[in-house]
Write a protein that binds this ligand. Structure first.
Ligand SMILES: NC(=O)C1=CN([C@@H]2O[C@H](COP(=O)(O)OP(=O)(O)OC[C@H]3O[C@@H](n4cnc5c(N)ncnc54)[C@H](OP(=O)(O)O)[C@@H]3O)[C@@H](O)[C@H]2O)C=CC1
Ligand SMILES: O=C(CO)[C@H](O)[C@H](O)COP(=O)(O)O
Length: 470
């Protein structure tokens, strides 16, 4: 039988769709799965693509089915399963073969795995894939970390299967070892912030203005035609328009207000803190998911403190809706500024040299946060390096227009008792970032007072102590 060009382990949601995508683009693929009946079922269900798929019922059969040097994609649950699959592959692969982890790995694991395979003759690639089920099937955004040489060896397949933005493939090599998975982690951190801010605006429309889901859905659909045009706004409109088959009610009304998480948002925040980069909107979004999970405690607290009175958002309705759209846009700018600052700091810390304009470019299509906004962002980064996205001339213009609306919405929400943690964190970040004279002179003095930590003066260099008279 003709040998396959590439292998894949893990025929779950992402792996099976990625395998179909690879097969459809003309690359013969060998597949293996822990539940060994699955590869045969999968190949049988693949219709006209079946001829391009080689089902394997053992890891040995997988290795045997691929033409050396073999690239093998692992698309299993992240963590221990990946280490287990690598251990199995080490027993059957040989010199120059490439092991590619395409799941949502923590980049520290990716760096460890990369170093563990050094000197074995095998090479490791950590590859972030975004786009969910549909993206994996028809074109995801692909963020690759590893040696440039190993990337070049799989580049053709990756460019073929990736999403295209105006014919430009949304796949790229972003740097050595952990760079690809780090970028995917921050992508997800930004995704958390985007989703949380959208949910906060939904809350303002639902609880502040008393609007019904379908009405809110139409507003989001309208916004999707303008500056907020993005996949997440588009699916929000679709979700709000959908009815539950069981009850006939809007589906969003029967879904519990408790969201789970798998770790990438939290990792973004941990790495931001470790690198000393403020990522307040992402932090607020992660915390909001945690708070959402405390459903019973929230109900008990509502009993104790009383529910907030309904409504609370007033004034001219058209102006208010325009403010809500602009507020979401301003929050988005701040969240992306934070995410890109985190990647920039990591790139310097780990000497990855991540091409930030390229990151923005490969996020323009295929991934969950794809948007018109990322086109503008890619142009801004390509025009020259800036300390922060908030300092890029195009974004200065946009933020000047948008931040007053964010301020009005956060103020109204606070007054009405409606939580808008990500939006208010984004505003506080912006206000702190553009405040030439802050208040940390007092923090310096306090630290010196209680711990003799010393402080800097505005009028002479060196460390000084205050007249505390202790
Ligand atoms: N779903 C999404 O939208 C996205 C997911 N990802 C990431 O892709 C990866 C796969 O996710 P997804 O496809 O959604 O997950 P699924 O749960 O759909 O599939 C998981 C796959 O992993 C296999 N697996 C689980 N545990 C083990 C183990 N201990 N040893 C070997 N194989 C194992 C399963 O095999 P079996 O059939 O035997 O159970 C199955 O093939 C994850 O890292 C996820 O975070 C990335 C981007 C988007
Ligand atoms: O990577 C993804 C999208 O880009 C996955 O869907 C991921 O699971 C999303 O994160 P979480 O489950 O924590 O919401």
């Amino acid at each position: 039988m003709e040998k396959a060009e590439i292998g894949l382990i893990g025929l779950g949601v992402m792996g099976s769709n990625l395998a179909l995508n690879i097969a459809e683009k003309g690359h013969r693929i060998a597949v293996f799965n822990r539940t060994t009946a699955r590869p045969h079922e999968f190949a049988a269900e693949a219709g006209p693509l079946s001829d391009m798929i080689v089902p394997c019922d053992s890891i040995e059969a997988l290795a045997e089915a691929i033409q050396p040097p073999r690239p093998v994609i692992i698309m299993t649950q992240a963590g221990k399963p990946v280490d287990e699959q690598i251990a199995l592959l080490r027993g059957v692969l040989s010199e120059n073969d490439i092991v590619i982890d395409a799941g949502n790995a923590n980049f520290h694991d990716t760096m460890r795995r990369f170093h563990e395979l050094e000197g074995t003759g095998l090479t490791f690639i950590g590859m972030g894939v975004s786009g969910g089920e549909e993206g994996a099937r028809h074109g995801p955004s692909i963020m690759v970390g590893g040696t440039e040489d190993s990337y070049k060896r799989i580049e053709k397949v990756l460019l073929d299967i990736s999403a295209k933005y105006q014919d430009e493939p949304c796949a790229a090599w972003l740097g050595p070892n952990g760079a690809g998975h780090f970028v995917k982690t921050v992508h997800n951190g930004i995704e958390y912030a985007d989703m949380q801010m959208i949910a906060e605006i939904y809350g303002a429309l639902r609880d502040g203005l008393g609007m019904a889901p379908k009405e809110i859905g139409k507003i989001f659909a309208g916004w999707n035609e303008g500056r907020l045009n993005s996949y997440l706004i588009e699916i929000t409109a679709a979700v709000l328009a959908a009815d539950d088959e069981k009850t006939g009610k809007p589906i969003v009304e029967v879904i519990l207000d408790r969201a789970g998480q798998k770790g990438t948002g939290k990792w973004s925040v941990i790495e931001a803190q470790t690198l000393g980069v403020p990522a307040t909107a992402i932090e607020a979004a992660v915390a909001a998911r945690v708070l959402s999970s405390l459903k019973d405690e929230r109900l008990a607290a509502e009993d104790v403190y009383g529910a907030r009175p309904a409504g609370g958002f007033g004034g001219d309705r058209e102006k208010l809706l325009a403010d809500l759209e602009l507020a979401l846009f301003a929050g988005k700018i701040a969240a992306y500024a934070q995410g890109f600052a985190v990647m920039d700091a990591a790139s310097r810390e780990f000497s990855w040299n991540i091409p930030l304009p390229m990151v923005a470019k490969i996020w323009r299509a295929g991934c969950i946060i794809r948007s018109q906004f990322l086109g503008t962002l890619a142009e801004a980064f390509s025009a020259g390096k800036v300390a922060n996205l908030l300092m890029a001339p195009a974004f200065v213009t946009m933020m000047r227009e948008a931040h007053p609306a964010l301020r009005r919405i956060v103020a109204q929400a606070a007054e009405a008792g409606l939580p808008v943690p990500a939006l208010s964190s984004a505003l506080a970040y912006f206000d702190s970032y553009r405040q030439g004279r802050g208040t940390s002179n007092l923090i310096q003095a306090q630290r010196d007072f209680f711990g003799a930590h010393g402080f800097e003066r505005i009028d002479e260099p060196g460390a000084h102590h205050g007249p505390w008279g202790l």
